[in-house]
Design a protein around this ligand. Structure first.
Ligand SMILES: Nc1ncnc2c1ncn2[C@@H]1O[C@H](COP(=O)(O)OP(=O)(O)OP(=O)(O)O)[C@@H](O)[C@H]1O
Length: 258
């Protein structure tokens, strides 16, 4: 039986009088690809923001990798193995592809004044090692992206920008990868291509568990093992895509059918 990598119990997030998450109990099994779906405003991004330490919960608990992470902040969750991408691109466009990805290696380069001046050769060795890792990562996508490692991110097309964001998330070899609307800003074909690439290179990173928030139901149906459906911050259904798509509560909430 698969173990649980992430669980929430009674997770509640209030924004003033609005209940964005309402007593949410969720269990995510290690190694699965999970689709987190629901109508606009149902709480999907708030769920991502809360479990990744960006938005504090109002009550309830979060357990990640067996530890209580309810109050753990975002910068402490990445080293524990939780990585994510955002709906809107979060690249620093004037910076190089390398710099954007290396941000995901926070704390890996010793950057004290003492280290950089007195132990210059050690600093250069760390930098060389990181550069090699970033180039290896980019070349796994196999689209000549590794050759653009020192070009500004603003010179890349949208699909390559998304690949760079995925590389930044994968650099720390996360056990849980949260993908917030990978299709945003891309065509249907590009989204499918990117998702295929992620699934293809996933075994090289220890098969991280993936949770995808996505409105493209064709993609969710094709790539997920299991789906969780939210409405008004509550879980209304879960199961295989075909099961949840046929559920009357989901059809009412999500598809606007009775
Ligand atoms: N920082 C915030 N302050 C106030 N209200 C917020 C905040 N963030 C989200 N909300 C509200 O919380 C509810 C859930 O929003 P959330 O973005 O999590 O939904 P979503 O399911 O991700 O929606 P979408 O599919 O449109 O991205 C919405 O009513 C939204 O307006």
């Amino acid at each position: 039986m698969k173990d649980t990598i992430l669980a929430t119990r009674g997770l509640t997030v209030r924004f003033g009088g609005l209940l964005a998450l309402n007593e949410l109990d969720v269990s995510i099994s290690r190694g699965d690809v999970i689709g987190l779906i629901g109508p606009n405003g149902s709480g999907k991004t708030t769920f991502f923001n809360t479990i990744s330490g960006l938005v504090p919960s109002s009550s309830g608990s979060i357990t990640f990798e067996g530890s209580d992470t309810t109050k753990v902040k975002v910068d402490q969750l990445a080293p524990r193995g939780l990585a994510r991408t955002f709906q809107r691109s979060r690249l620093c466009l004037p910076l190089s592809v390398f710099d954007n990805i290396a941000m995901g290696a926070q704390g890996r380069i010793s950057s004290t004044v003492w280290h950089n001046i007195v132990r210059r050769s050690a600093f250069h060795a760390e930098l060389r090692q990181l550069t090699q890792e970033v180039e290896d990562l980019l070349s796994k996508f196999d689209h000549g992206l590794a050759k653009k490692v020192f070009e500004p991110a603003e010179t890349l097309g949208m699909i390559d920008r998304r690949r760079v964001e995925i590389c930044r998330a994968l650099l720390g070899k996360p056990s849980l990868l949260l993908l917030d609307e990978p299709s945003a800003g891309m065509t249907h074909d590009e989204t499918n291509q990117l998702m295929d690439e992620i699934l293809e290179i996933r075994p090289k990173f220890g098969n991280p568990t993936i949770v995808i928030v996505e409105h493209e139901m064709g993609l969710i149906e094709r790539v997920t093992d299991h789906c969780i459906v939210l409405n008004y911050g509550q879980k209304i259904c879960e199961g295989k895509f075909k099961e949840v798509a046929a559920d009357p509560a989901v059809r009412r909430a999500y598809l606007g059918q009775s």
